[in-house]
Design a binder for this molecule. Structure first.
Ligand code: PEP
Ligand code: MN
Length: 376
């Protein structure tokens, strides 16, 4: 008998002996592979001793899996990475230090809340994003001049903003539109930071300037159009600077979190997500603000999420109601375009708030925040 025929014969014999349970097992494995069940997490009981953690880790590794252990305040979680479909979870469940064993279906690990039950707090040069305090980012769409940025920065700070935004490199739909002041714009932002003490946020569009941004910018923004620029994302691991990752115009939650995973897998876990409206059939507004993103992201991931109502609606008068709703829905912060002369702004004037309107908005936010356990 040829080898192939022998194999088939052996298969028949095993099926005869094992019967239905054998078929069920094959089916279970096929289904679990199809669903992409490749990751498993082992949640250890509070107070598990380090030597017990090590022992369970070794058990996992002896099955040919990689580990990613997260030691939280109360619990320790061991992420088992690799093909876990053939590993019997009961093997671990019998250990007294093991609380539960769960299969994780999502393709992201580092950004996954299952691996990291506590909310992440990202430190942007002393401003905590996530946790109790709201990140309040304000400033013009693009840096136009030193006087403009400093005037806006001073007013925004007096109203309660804690981070200053401004685009030096602008992603414009038309090549004939103002493209930003480039490196000169970054210098202006640095001067404004010196004048006001506000850490600065600016958009990086090209790898060419990563080192300069790493040196000068406190929070590096990756814009909606670059959310899936995987080469750029991979290189963001070269810096430990926090990254503000805006949601792509038509990105699903999973695609967005996977983009964050790229940055985290490259070695930079300081990622903040920013919902800025998605493209829908509606053309009255610039985009449609997806406030559901807040509770969904908070369920799927531990990363902070902030809302940009300016680019969502594209109209200044939509900013206040949407910003209030975002805070009420649990956002970790707001990014709002503020301009001292919106009618003459070089970019996005129609969605920019005048400083006095921004001031009124933050007064309203200060009243809403405590209701949802936040401080301004
Ligand atoms: C911006 O913040 O100025 C910007 C261009 O945003 P987005 O990438 O969300 O369009
Ligand atoms: Mn803008």
């Amino acid at each position: 008998m040829g080898t192939r025929r022998k194999d088939i014969f052996a298969l028949y014999v095993v099926m005869y002996i094992e019967g239905v349970s054998f078929l069920q097992e094959i089916f279970r494995r096929l289904v679990s592979r199809k669903k992409g069940e490749k990751t498993m997490i082992i949640v250890l009981r509070p107070g598990t001793k380090p030597e017990d953690v090590k022992r369970v880790e070794q058990m996992v590794m002896s099955k040919g899996l990689d580990i990613h252990t997260v030691v939280g305040e109360g619990i320790t979680i061991i992420g088992c990475i690799g093909d876990t479909s053939c590993v019997d979870s009961r093997l671990f469940e019998v250990e007294t230090c093991v609380d539960k064993v769960m299969h994780v279906q999502e393709p992201y690990k580092l950004a996954n809340r299952a691996f990291h039950p506590e909310d992440s707090v990202v430190d942007v040069s002393g401003v905590k994003v996530g946790g109790k305090h709201l990140a309040l980012i304000a400033g013009p769409c693009s840096v136009e001049s030193e006087e403009q940025v400093i005037e806006i920065a001073r007013a925004a700070k007096a109203s309660g903003a804690n981070l200053l935004r401004g685009g030096a490199f602008k992603p414009r739909t038309s090549p004939y539109s103002f493209q930003g002041k480039g490196l000169e714009g970054l210098e202006i932002l640095c001067t404004a930071r010196q004048e006001t003490g506000l850490p600065i946020v600016s958009e990086l569009m090209s790898l060419e300037y990563l080192d300069v941004f790493d040196e000068k910018v406190d929070l590096i923004q990756i814009g909606a159009r670059n959310m899936q620029n995987f080469d750029l994302l991979k290189h963001l691991g070269q810096t430990k600077r926090p990254i503000l990752l805006k949601r792509g115009l038509n990105a699903t939650y999973e695609e967005w979190i996977m983009a964050a995973e790229y940055v985290m897998a490259a070695g930079n876990e300081n990622v903040i997500l920013c919902e800025r409206g998605v493209r829908t059939f509606e053309s009255y507004t610039r985009n449609t603000l997806d406030l559901q993103a807040i509770p969904v992201i908070k369920t799927l991931s531990h990363l902070p999420i902030i809302i940009d109502p300016s680019h969502a609606g594209g109209k200044w008068w939509l900013v206040e109601p949407m910003a209030k709703a975002a805070v009420a829905a649990g956002a970790d912060g707001l990014m709002i375009e503020v301009h001292n002369d919106p009618a003459n702004a070089l970019c996005d004037g129609s969605q920019s708030l005048k400083p006095e309107k921004y001031d009124a908005l933050l007064k309203a936010i200060a009243r809403i925040a405590p209701v949802v356990g936040r401080q301004v």
